[in-house]
Design a protein around this ligand. Structure first.
Ligand SMILES: Nc1ncnc2c1ncn2[C@@H]1O[C@H](COP(=O)(O)OP(=O)(O)OP(=O)(O)O)[C@@H](O)[C@H]1O
Ligand SMILES: [Mg+2]
Length: 251
């Protein structure tokens, strides 16, 4: 089943001459891990922001379960916002340094569900367990966490509203190599347990090859190649994909 369908999407930032997203078409099926690769500045995060409606676009449609996110009324969008979440590259930037981890998670349950205090605390504690941190992290400040632990909090927060679709925008790029694998494992476990759909943005083709079902290769706001991961990486058709693959060595 098609979960997300992007059609003719065009985004031009003010004062820019070239489109950050140039008439893009893309569809993602429910339950798949869809990789998006391409060099820095090709428009990957802009696509993520467009889907989440964090930025305006000039043209196109973004259907989520058949509803156009670009046209959805405020109330409908409130519901959809619970279903689509994002995990950012830099967990440092997405956490308020003055707010304890437990409170940061509780806040989501206050904003989206208006749960009373005890229920918020219980839910926040469940999330901490879910991402392998546990209740002892409840009263810690972000500065008292390692990079990997912070990213676990980022994942917990994304899970709070019970989403179906999560955009992972370079979720492990800021982490040490040894920690990357742990976080990827967590993401894979959660995907399986909760039947999540991921749009997995990465410049690390090795990571994409190991976890994604399909992959799209982006260049200058366009998708130049798309297909099953195995096929695209084994037998790339587009010269840009070949160049990307040549620049790394897949094992
Ligand atoms: N807020 C903004 N205002 C103006 N231009 C922007 C803005 N954000 C991104 N851009 C420009 O849009 C283009 C695409 O940027 P984007 O962040 O989507 O790339 P990316 O593929 O995510 O790159 P990276 O791999 O480095 O994260 C770039 O030319 C960038 O300079
Ligand atoms: Mg980016």
């Amino acid at each position: 089943m098609e979960l997300l369908k992007v059609s003719n999407l065009t985004k031009i930032y003010p004062k820019h001459k070239v489109a950050a997203i140039d008439n893009m078409d893309l569809s993602i099926d429910k339950g798949e891990i869809f990789g998006l690769v391409g060099e820095s500045g090709c428009g990957k995060s802009t696509l993520a922001k467009s889907i989440l409606r964090l930025t305006d676009v000039q043209r196109g449609s973004i259907l989520y379960k058949g509803d156009d996110l670009l046209k959805a009324a405020a109330r409908k969008m409130q519901g959809i916002r619970k279903e689509i979440q994002i995990i950012f590259q830099d967990p440092y930037l997405s956490l308020d340094p003055r707010v304890k981890i437990g409170s940061a998670l509780e806040e989501v349950f206050l904003i989206h569900y208006n749960y009373p205090g005890p229920k918020r605390r219980k839910k926040a504690a469940e999330l901490l367990d879910m991402v392998g941190l546990g209740k002892s992290y409840f009263n810690r400040l972000p500065s008292e966490l390692s990079g990997g632990e912070k990213q676990r909090v980022g994942i917990a927060r994304a899970l709070a509203t019970g989403p179906e679709f999560i955009i992972c925008d370079e979720p492990v790029s800021s982490l040490d190599i040894s920690i990357q694998a742990q976080i990827l494992n967590l993401l894979m476990d959660l995907q399986e347990q909760k039947a999540l759909t991921y749009l997995f943005i990465s410049h690390d083709l090795g990571v994409v090859a190991s976890i994604c079902d399909r992959v799209a290769v982006m260049q200058s706001g366009r998708i130049v190649e798309i297909g099953l991961c195995e096929e695209v990486f084994r037998n790339p058709q587009h010269s840009y994909t070949k160049k990307l693959l040549d620049s790394i060595s897949l094992t």
